[in-house]
Write a protein that binds this ligand. Sequence first.
Ligand SMILES: NC(=O)c1ccc[n+]([C@@H]2O[C@H](COP(=O)([O-])OP(=O)(O)OC[C@H]3O[C@@H](n4cnc5c(N)ncnc54)[C@H](OP(=O)(O)O)[C@@H]3O)[C@@H](O)[C@H]2O)c1
Length: 248
Amino acid sequence: MTVRAGSRSGSTPFDWEAPETWGPALRGADAAYVAYYPDLAAPGGVEAMETFGRLAAEHGVRRLTVLSGRGEPEAVVAEEALRAAAVGVELTVVRASFFAQNFSEGLLAEGVAEGVVVFPAGDTAEPFIDVDDLADVVVETLTTDGHAGRVHELTGPRPIGFAEVAAEISRASGRPVAYRPASRSEYASMLTGFGLPAPEAGWLAALFATLLDGHNASVTDGVKRVLGREPRSFGAFADATWAGGEEA
Ligand SMILES: NC(=O)c1ccc[n+]([C@@H]2O[C@H](COP(=O)([O-])OP(=O)(O)OC[C@H]3O[C@@H](n4cnc5c(N)ncnc54)[C@H](OP(=O)(O)O)[C@@H]3O)[C@@H](O)[C@H]2O)c1
């Protein structure tokens, strides 16, 4: 099996902001994984899914798996736009909870490095998912039968609060990391301070505050149902990432 990674810098050029790259990237593909940036619920997500779905069908792609956010009604509209446009293509939707890797290589990694994670999550718990589990599920949906038309909701094994996350990282890394809850407006100002345009900062702060208002604090058995094994815990992820433990 040949796998090509479409990206802005790789050997298969792909840029969500340059629709002329989408068709060439799809040429010859039987199946494709769709991870829209920055988020299916962002402005432009629906239109992008309409165009991308039509192109996938035209290029003879047989299977698509799209990454979506959990508990995001606006993202569901974009999922549906892709389903409607990709006529004759098997579509699987994978809705994921917050990534554990947000703390190691995503938007919260800098806070971890500095010892204070500031985020508009209050004392809400979130069942963080390890993206390695997500990737295993996506591969399964693209390479085996039985997933067409299905929606897989993926979470980690247990909801945990951001204070407990900070404590787990401290334990695994051996250096102090704290969590400081921020209000939505305080967080938006912080993002503009980092150079984000104000509309984008406001949109992101609102998205996070909404996602972490408690409605996503439950777990699903999505990983177990697809892979036949339990998802990795945040503690195991923290050990593998900050204590030099073995990858699960
Ligand atoms: N983070 C979470 O907790 C979470 C949870 C559920 C779902 N998601 C979904 O995961 C996806 C990625 O989010 P993320 O948090 O992982 O973001 P991220 O860490 O910022 O990753 C962004 C990736 O997207 C690519 N990218 C950025 N701009 C692009 C563009 N214009 N065209 C093509 N690729 C572009 C970059 O790859 P290149 O530099 O190689 O192009 C980069 O590797 C989004 O669809 C998001 O909704 C995230």
